[in-house]
Ligand binder design. Sequence first.
Ligand SMILES: [Zn+2]
Length: 142
Amino acid sequence: MNNPLSKQRLTKQRKLILGVVKSTCYHPTAEQIYKLAKKNLPKISVGTVYRNLDVLVDQNLIKRIDIPGEPVRFDADLTHKAHFVCKRKGVIYDLKIDKEKLAELIGEETFIEEIDDFNILLFGSSKTDPSERSLRKGQLTK
Ligand SMILES: [Zn+2]
């Protein structure tokens, strides 16, 4: 990896992978990212995609969403800390839950001094199409 050419190529690959994740809004899996990246860089390997995704996560440029029993999904939108998983459709929606809302939900749990970060996954079935405006904005319908 000391060869400047290989380093440059890695950077190019990493940029491409980051671009692929950013270009999608459906929280793609590594496999889906690999297929999209391959269109631009036909020689890219699955291992390279996985490695670069790990690096991008370490660099806080993207985040991973771990769903039990499902392949890991990736998200370039770092503002959303909560997701709704529709297992029936295999769709993940962004939810707008901020620290204030979270504090309301937690209520009187007195052992918490401060919340630094959070990561919430809700599971269920969605009734509306992902392209519908209310869900794209990340709002839960009652
Ligand atoms: Zn998201």
